[in-house]
Write a protein that binds this ligand. Structure first.
Ligand code: ASP
Ligand code: MG
Length: 425
């Protein structure tokens, strides 16, 4: 008998009919001779709606109370899915994250899973039940408080449970048929991948592909959990994310697996900073102390005859939400840092091209930059890893850039991708 962990996203349990549909699907999986543990997200846009409510009653809701509030979303869907299954004649029990043994650190709003002790889930499964677990939430032993794993965190719950229960597979259900070469909402000709290696998936998730939560992919890689990404609304077998090295070696490595875009970043340029050792360190210490996570960094090299008292510019990108905080922190330290002025831009987009085959193929950058040039797209910043190239363009041009690059790497398919529901999760 196989043990399958299934995770259903918010759009899959968005209303009563969808919950009944999911319940039937879960029962079919059990009837096929499997033990089934299910992780659910909150219904539809519940989490956003609860956030809105919190912001209406308080200007700075406390992390502890926010977590109490937001975890209610998953608690609603877990109970409803369980009831629907029972109503159809199968046996089911639901569990909160803490009942399921998801033990985390004490960071409210972005807790990390420290340990998983799924004894109650295992007992329920052994007794022939389908176990339904509320995603996105955990419990800290020291503070004895409820925590959440960050937006989109139910994927991580599912992978962590799959690892702890030693499941045969972890299936992540959403409203698209699998992992595509690009977001089908931006590029309708995006092609579904049958398999992808976990390293490429990790880079795609980091580059802004929203199909899987990045921490879930990291967890899957570390614990060698086999993931399958598929749709709640079709029987398509989906995309297999191969986590074990032997499996990945057997795959024929595609030069480019996909193109991802990220519209959530802003950039700051520190202009006219003295070009002496220690200045970059001082700038990024200020940024780190403000609590921001930066992504790309570019420093131009000063040119000219008098290099000794020359100045340079440092540009970096960061989440839009951290922009104001970081600008304030840099402004406060203007005298110490010794720069001339600050510039910022929220109208940027990041485009990334990812593929394990880049390790061994040359000419990938040439294709990328030619495609951008032919479409008249100006590149503002560039960064690379072994299997990724990312560029910053204007926000206005980012979707066109993605389409041009997708085409240039021959990723377009003849048919249009199917998107079954609306929100992407
Ligand atoms: N409901 C939470 C969110 O929307 C967690 C999840 O969907 O994975 O972020
Ligand atoms: Mg959600």
């Amino acid at each position: 008998m196989a043990l399958i962990v299934q995770k259903y996203g918010g759009s899959s349990v968005g209303d009563a009919d969808k919950i009944k549909h999911v319940a039937r699907r879960i029962i079919e999986t059990q009837a096929a001779g499997n033990q089934v543990c299910v992780v659910v997200s909150a219904m539809g846009d519940t989490t956003d709606e609860l956030m809105d409510l919190a912001n209406q009653v308080a200007s700075r809701p406390e992390g502890r109370e926010l977590d109490m509030l937001l975890t209610a979303g998953e608690r609603i869907s877990m109970a409803l899915v369980s009831m629907a299954i029972n109503d159809l004649g199968a046996k089911s029990l639901s569990f909160t994250g803490s009942q399921a043994g998801i033990i985390t650190d004490e960071v409210h709003g972005n807790a990390r899973i420290a340990e998983v002790t799924p004894d109650r889930v295992a007992e329920a499964l052994a007794a022939g039940n389908i176990a339904i677990v509320a995603g996105f939430q955990g419990f800290n032993r020291d503070s004895k408080d409820i925590t959440t794993l960050g937006r989109g965190g139910s994927d991580t719950t599912a992978v962590a449970l799959a690892a702890a229960l030693n499941a045969d597979v972890c299936e992540i259900y959403s409203d698209v048929d699998g992992i595509y070469t690009a977001d089908p909402r931006i590029i309708p000709t995006a092609r579904k991948l049958d398999v992808i290696d976990v390293e490429s998936m990790l880079e795609l998730a980091a580059a802004g592909a929203k199909i899987l939560h990045i921490r879930a992919v990291e967890f899957a890689r570390r614990h060698k959990v086999n993931l399958v990404v598929r749709s709640t609304f079709s029987t398509d077998p989906g995309t297999v994310v191969i986590s074990d090295e032997n499996g990945a070696k057997q795959m024929e490595e595609s030069i480019v697996s996909g193109v991802a875009t990220d519209k959530s970043q802003a950039k700051i340029t520190v202009i006219g900073i003295p070009d002496v050792p220690g200045k970059a360190a001082a700038v990024f210490t200020t940024v780190a102390e403000a609590g921001a996570n930066i992504d790309m960094i570019v420093q131009n090299t000063p040119t000219g005859s008098d290099v000794t008292d020359s100045v340079s510019d440092i540009t970096f990108t960061l989440p839009k939400g951290d922009l104001k905080l970081v600008l304030d922190a840099l402004a406060q330290n203007k005298d110490v840092l010794g720069y001339r002025e600050l510039e910022s831009d929220e109208q940027i987009g990041k485009l990334s091209v990812v593929g394990a085959g880049m390790r061994t193929h040359s000419g990938v950058s040439a294709i990328l930059f030619r495609a951008l040039a032919e479409s008249g797209i100006n590149v503002e910043m560039i960064s690379t890893s072994e299997i990724r190239i990312s560029v910053i363009t204007s926000l206005e041009q980012i979707d066109d850039a993605a389409r041009a690059v997708h085409k240039a790497f021959d990723l377009d398919s003849d048919s249009l991708a199917t998107v079954y529901a609306g929100t992407g999760r």
